[in-house]
Design a protein around this ligand. Sequence first.
Ligand SMILES: C[S@@+](CC[C@H](N)C(=O)[O-])C[C@H]1O[C@@H](n2cnc3c(N)ncnc32)[C@H](O)[C@@H]1O
Length: 244
Amino acid sequence: MLLFGPLRCGECRATYPVAEGVADLVVEHSAAGTVQRGLENRWVARSYERYVRPVLERALTRQELDRDSEYLLYRSLLGRPEAPVLDVGCGTGLLARRLAREPDFPAVAAMDVSRAMLEEGVAQAREAGAAVDFLRAEAPHLPFQDHSLGAVLMAGSLHFVADLGRLMLEVARVLRPGGRWVASTYVPPGAAAALVHRRLGLHPRGEALLRTEAAAAGLVRFERVALPPLLVLKAEKGSAESLR
Ligand SMILES: C[S@@+](CC[C@H](N)C(=O)[O-])C[C@H]1O[C@@H](n2cnc3c(N)ncnc32)[C@H](O)[C@@H]1O
């Protein structure tokens, strides 16, 4: 879907520019770490799917999943969302494009903080004929109304967000009752590696901490699917009855 702007917030009346099919909601970008600075480079974005993504995958999780199996894993964990799905840290929209072409799938919005990734994402979605709404915004803030989304996907982007507590609260806020949060991340091999990764701007966490923060935000049915160092996770916003 091609967005035309500017966008105006119905509540506060602020306006945000739309350029090259990307709505830009970032007012002030927080300081990017080393890895993130790379992901904001145009040439990195252009070669992301073919070269950069496989290299990152091997470096962080010591394995490279085949694309179809990976997609099918996320697809099955997302279940049958009944409201729009948000792909947070969508990169070039590799997964968002496929989700948007699924029959009877709700609308797909894809958000990233990297303009270069989003511009590449818009071009690729157009080429693939996939209707995805791309927006530039920075997690942990998720610029959506309360209870408006059927699912939130964070494939390989969870460890880029420093404030996990705030992120989980935002996920719980925007999900509808029964909506799912599906994410993947990795566990670093030891404390020394974790320190190095933090210096690079990455925040990998273990399953126990992720489970605790998800529960603290009110998410239920936490599941860990893949084994460390890769972690694929799913949790749900409690149903309307369980929230009463
Ligand atoms: C490793 S890539 C994963 C991209 C995509 N999900 C995939 O599976 O290929 C991580 C993405 O998260 C984005 N990102 C990093 N920090 C972010 C933040 N705070 N808010 C939104 N996106 C962020 C980066 O720009 C990058 O595109």
